[in-house]
Write a protein of this length. Structure first.
Length: 334
């Protein structure tokens, strides 16, 4: 487990072996019950080059196929580890929050902030805690499958914009988390960065698939910048993000009434994906992953079966074309 790190609310950074001064400001956790993905994203006005932290995404803990926990405001690795252990023991997000408040490592839950999202009984569950002594502006917004929280904020608009962008993004979980961070892409979102002309100094997005090992998420991208560099980390993060994820493809709308012409089942699928053409015409069928890579191509005239057991979990697309007509169906592979 990680060594204890107590991170108080100051911008000036000084640390010893046991303590790192750092403060985490706005973040989001979310789960996708269809794909089993769990994810975390966040940003803050802290120069991580001046700390002994090697990971830019330290505030988020992902438990594959279970849930995500963000620990911030006077960050304590002990509290974070305790929250992880409670989630592994089967506690719900609400139960984890209650336990953390009652068992804070230094008996100061009023200084802590948490966001937790989990898959419970095949459905989403969330909870959040914002301590009364956390620096203003502070607050959290929780939805069915996400929790957004922040402190030292410009105002409520930071949280509201993050929520709006998250909900409006039609891509996969990584795309939705990146969109949420873009919702906070405003000068002084973390008010300490107003003089730097940026929202923050570091930012990250990470997502674990159900089969990922603990501590090794299959999707992770992060950026850290120096204080006074006046480089917007969320923009830099978006550039790196776009190199490995094409959210525009995931925004392609599905064809209305697809099922009137074709069957694609089961969806979600684990082993075999069957596609039936109910028309008397022949079509070209393509199976495309979420990066735009063609996984499979076949002539569709009747019924075909595709072995998807060797493909990674996530969102894929069926593209069926014939003489200028195109039909699109989103497919989930578990």
């Amino acid at each position: 487990m990680k060594k204890e790190m107590i991170i108080p609310l100051v911008l000036s950074l000084a640390f010893t072996i046991q303590h790192v001064t750092c403060q985490d400001t706005f973040s989001i956790v979310a789960v996708d019950v269809q794909t089993g993905e769990v994810g975390s994203a966040g940003a803050s006005c802290v120069d991580l080059f001046q700390t002994n932290l090697s990971d830019d995404d330290f505030l988020g803990e992902l438990i594959p196929n279970v849930g995500a926990i963000n620990t911030q405001a006077y960050y304590s690795a002990v509290n974070q580890n305790n929250a992880t252990n409670r989630m592994l023991a089967g506690d719900t997000p609400d139960q984890i929050i209650q336990w953390l408040v009652a068992n804070d490592v230094s008996s100061q839950p009023e200084y802590r902030q948490y966001g937790i999202a989990a898959i419970v009984d095949n459905g989403p569950s969330t909870a959040a805690h914002t301590g009364a002594s956390t620096d203003n502006y502070k607050g959290h917004v929780a939805g069915p499958n996400y929790s957004i929280q922040g402190n030292i904020l410009l105002g409520q608009e930071v949280l509201d914009n993050m929520e709006t962008q998250f909900l409006n993004e039609e891509g996969d979980l990584a795309c939705k988390l990146m969109a949420a961070l873009q919702g906070a892409n405003m000068v002084g979102a973390d008010t300490r960065c107003s003089s730097n002309g940026t929202s923050s100094l570091f930012a990250f997005v990470k997502v674990s698939q159900p089969t990922d090992p603990f501590g090794i998420p299959s999707f992770r991208v992060s950026v850290r910048t120096h204080e006074n560099a006046q480089i917007e980390p969320i923009d830099s993060l978006q550039t790196k993000f776009n190199l490995i994820r094409d959210c525009s493809l995931l925004n392609v709308p599905e064809t209305p009434n697809f099922e009137k012409l074709f069957f694609a089942y089961p969806n979600p699928s684990k082993d075999k994906l069957t596609i039936e053409n109910k028309t008397k015409e022949a079509f070209d069928l393509y199976l495309i992953d979420n990066l735009g890579k063609q996984i499979h191509r076949e002539r569709l005239n009747g019924k075909i079966v595709i072995d998807v057991s060797r493909l990674g979990t996530g969102i894929y697309f069926l593209k069926i074309t014939n003489e200028g007509r195109t039909f699109v169906k989103k497919i989930i592979i578990e």
